[in-house]
Design a protein around this ligand. Structure first.
Ligand code: RP5
Length: 169
Protein backbone atom coordinates (compact mmCIF):
# COMPACT_ATOMS: atom_id res chain seq x y z
CA UNK A 1 0.00 0.00 0.00
CA UNK A 2 1.34 3.42 -1.02
CA UNK A 3 1.50 6.03 1.73
CA UNK A 4 0.21 9.41 0.65
CA UNK A 5 2.17 12.52 1.58
CA UNK A 6 -0.99 14.62 1.26
CA UNK A 7 -3.28 15.22 4.23
CA UNK A 8 -5.99 12.54 4.34
CA UNK A 9 -9.49 13.45 3.20
CA UNK A 10 -11.02 10.01 3.82
CA UNK A 11 -10.83 8.05 7.06
CA UNK A 12 -11.08 4.29 6.77
CA UNK A 13 -12.20 3.15 10.20
CA UNK A 14 -12.62 -0.42 11.40
CA UNK A 15 -13.77 -2.04 14.60
CA UNK A 16 -11.02 -4.64 14.77
CA UNK A 17 -7.80 -5.56 13.01
CA UNK A 18 -9.69 -8.71 11.96
CA UNK A 19 -11.78 -6.46 9.66
CA UNK A 20 -8.77 -5.47 7.58
CA UNK A 21 -8.93 -8.48 5.23
CA UNK A 22 -12.22 -6.96 3.99
CA UNK A 23 -11.40 -3.26 4.42
CA UNK A 24 -8.23 -3.72 2.40
CA UNK A 25 -10.54 -3.48 -0.64
CA UNK A 26 -11.45 0.07 0.39
CA UNK A 27 -7.82 0.99 0.83
CA UNK A 28 -6.83 -0.51 -2.55
CA UNK A 29 -9.60 1.35 -4.38
CA UNK A 30 -8.85 4.71 -2.73
CA UNK A 31 -5.19 4.18 -3.51
CA UNK A 32 -5.93 3.47 -7.18
CA UNK A 33 -7.73 6.84 -7.47
CA UNK A 34 -4.96 8.66 -5.61
CA UNK A 35 -7.28 9.73 -2.81
CA UNK A 36 -5.34 10.52 0.39
CA UNK A 37 -6.69 8.47 3.26
CA UNK A 38 -5.88 7.35 6.78
CA UNK A 39 -6.69 4.11 8.60
CA UNK A 40 -8.09 4.25 12.12
CA UNK A 41 -8.87 1.33 14.42
CA UNK A 42 -11.44 1.85 17.13
CA UNK A 43 -14.37 0.01 18.62
CA UNK A 44 -17.75 1.44 19.60
CA UNK A 45 -17.97 -0.88 22.59
CA UNK A 46 -14.33 -1.71 23.47
CA UNK A 47 -13.01 1.85 23.14
CA UNK A 48 -16.05 4.16 23.21
CA UNK A 49 -14.12 7.28 24.24
CA UNK A 50 -11.52 6.81 21.51
CA UNK A 51 -14.39 6.42 19.03
CA UNK A 52 -16.28 9.57 20.03
CA UNK A 53 -13.10 11.62 20.28
CA UNK A 54 -11.99 10.53 16.79
CA UNK A 55 -15.41 11.26 15.25
CA UNK A 56 -15.80 14.60 17.00
CA UNK A 57 -12.45 15.88 15.69
CA UNK A 58 -12.44 14.39 12.17
CA UNK A 59 -14.04 17.32 10.32
CA UNK A 60 -11.71 19.89 11.92
CA UNK A 61 -8.71 17.78 10.77
CA UNK A 62 -9.85 18.10 7.13
CA UNK A 63 -11.47 14.68 6.80
CA UNK A 64 -14.41 14.89 4.36
CA UNK A 65 -15.81 11.35 4.35
CA UNK A 66 -15.61 8.53 6.90
CA UNK A 67 -15.85 4.90 5.79
CA UNK A 68 -16.57 2.46 8.61
CA UNK A 69 -16.27 -1.33 8.49
CA UNK A 70 -17.57 -3.37 11.41
CA UNK A 71 -18.97 -6.81 12.05
CA UNK A 72 -21.39 -8.46 14.51
CA UNK A 73 -23.63 -5.95 16.38
CA UNK A 74 -22.08 -3.29 14.18
CA UNK A 75 -23.00 0.01 15.75
CA UNK A 76 -19.63 1.67 15.00
CA UNK A 77 -20.77 3.51 11.86
CA UNK A 78 -23.90 4.82 13.60
CA UNK A 79 -22.00 5.97 16.67
CA UNK A 80 -19.44 7.76 14.52
CA UNK A 81 -22.21 9.39 12.45
CA UNK A 82 -23.78 10.61 15.70
CA UNK A 83 -20.57 12.48 16.57
CA UNK A 84 -19.80 14.12 13.21
CA UNK A 85 -21.60 16.10 10.51
CA UNK A 86 -19.49 14.33 7.83
CA UNK A 87 -21.00 11.75 5.46
CA UNK A 88 -20.48 8.25 6.89
CA UNK A 89 -20.41 5.14 4.69
CA UNK A 90 -20.85 1.81 6.46
CA UNK A 91 -19.49 -1.56 5.40
CA UNK A 92 -21.04 -4.59 7.13
CA UNK A 93 -18.43 -7.28 7.75
CA UNK A 94 -19.07 -11.00 7.78
CA UNK A 95 -17.55 -11.75 11.20
CA UNK A 96 -19.94 -14.16 12.90
CA UNK A 97 -22.09 -17.25 12.43
CA UNK A 98 -24.76 -14.95 10.96
CA UNK A 99 -22.43 -14.26 7.99
CA UNK A 100 -22.78 -10.48 8.00
CA UNK A 101 -26.57 -10.28 8.14
CA UNK A 102 -26.24 -9.08 11.75
CA UNK A 103 -23.81 -6.32 10.73
CA UNK A 104 -25.91 -5.39 7.69
CA UNK A 105 -29.05 -4.85 9.75
CA UNK A 106 -27.19 -3.05 12.54
CA UNK A 107 -25.54 -0.71 10.04
CA UNK A 108 -28.44 -0.05 7.69
CA UNK A 109 -31.32 0.23 10.17
CA UNK A 110 -30.50 3.68 11.49
CA UNK A 111 -33.48 5.46 13.01
CA UNK A 112 -34.41 8.71 11.25
CA UNK A 113 -32.06 11.60 12.01
CA UNK A 114 -28.58 10.11 11.69
CA UNK A 115 -27.81 8.63 8.25
CA UNK A 116 -25.28 5.90 7.44
CA UNK A 117 -24.93 5.09 3.72
CA UNK A 118 -24.75 1.32 3.93
CA UNK A 119 -22.93 -0.83 1.37
CA UNK A 120 -23.18 -4.55 0.61
CA UNK A 121 -21.73 -7.09 3.05
CA UNK A 122 -18.02 -7.84 2.66
CA UNK A 123 -15.45 -7.11 -0.01
CA UNK A 124 -17.84 -5.77 -2.67
CA UNK A 125 -19.23 -3.34 -0.12
CA UNK A 126 -15.75 -2.32 0.97
CA UNK A 127 -14.77 -1.59 -2.62
CA UNK A 128 -18.01 0.29 -3.31
CA UNK A 129 -17.54 2.38 -0.16
CA UNK A 130 -14.35 3.76 -1.69
CA UNK A 131 -16.02 4.28 -5.07
CA UNK A 132 -18.92 6.15 -3.45
CA UNK A 133 -16.42 8.33 -1.58
CA UNK A 134 -14.65 9.03 -4.87
CA UNK A 135 -17.96 10.01 -6.49
CA UNK A 136 -18.70 12.43 -3.65
CA UNK A 137 -15.23 13.98 -3.83
CA UNK A 138 -15.47 14.13 -7.64
CA UNK A 139 -18.39 16.56 -7.37
CA UNK A 140 -15.77 19.22 -6.68
CA UNK A 141 -12.65 17.68 -8.23
CA UNK A 142 -12.31 17.58 -12.01
CA UNK A 143 -9.29 15.23 -11.92
CA UNK A 144 -11.34 12.63 -10.04
CA UNK A 145 -14.20 13.01 -12.53
CA UNK A 146 -11.78 12.09 -15.34
CA UNK A 147 -10.42 9.11 -13.42
CA UNK A 148 -13.96 7.90 -12.74
CA UNK A 149 -14.84 8.15 -16.46
CA UNK A 150 -11.81 6.07 -17.43
CA UNK A 151 -12.62 3.58 -14.67
CA UNK A 152 -16.13 3.11 -16.07
CA UNK A 153 -14.85 2.87 -19.65
CA UNK A 154 -12.31 0.21 -18.61
CA UNK A 155 -15.04 -1.78 -16.86
CA UNK A 156 -17.26 -1.72 -19.95
CA UNK A 157 -14.31 -2.70 -22.17
CA UNK A 158 -13.55 -5.56 -19.81
CA UNK A 159 -17.07 -6.95 -20.22
CA UNK A 160 -16.66 -6.92 -24.02
CA UNK A 161 -13.27 -8.64 -23.73
CA UNK A 162 -14.72 -11.33 -21.47
CA UNK A 163 -17.65 -11.81 -23.84
CA UNK A 164 -15.24 -12.35 -26.75
CA UNK A 165 -13.13 -14.79 -24.74
CA UNK A 166 -16.19 -16.72 -23.56
CA UNK A 167 -17.74 -16.98 -26.99
CA UNK A 168 -14.50 -17.19 -29.03
CA UNK A 169 -15.76 -14.29 -31.14
C1 RP5 B 1 -16.65 -6.01 15.70
O1 RP5 B 1 -16.55 -7.32 16.16
C2 RP5 B 1 -15.47 -5.82 14.79
O2 RP5 B 1 -15.77 -4.85 13.82
C3 RP5 B 1 -15.25 -7.18 14.19
O3 RP5 B 1 -15.88 -7.32 12.92
C4 RP5 B 1 -15.94 -8.12 15.17
C5 RP5 B 1 -15.02 -9.11 15.79
O4 RP5 B 1 -13.91 -8.45 16.35
P1 RP5 B 1 -12.68 -9.28 16.95
O5 RP5 B 1 -13.25 -10.10 18.08
O6 RP5 B 1 -12.13 -10.10 15.82
O7 RP5 B 1 -11.70 -8.24 17.41
O8 RP5 B 1 -16.62 -5.10 16.74
Amino acid sequence: MKKSKQAPVVSVVMGSDSDFTVMEETVKALDSFGVPFEIFLTSAHRSPERTSSFAGKAAARGIRIIIVGAGAAAHLAGVIAAHTPLPVIGVPIDATALRGLDALLATVQMPGGIPVATMAIGKAGAKNAALLAVRILALEEKSLQKKLSSYHEDMAYDVEKKHKKLTNS
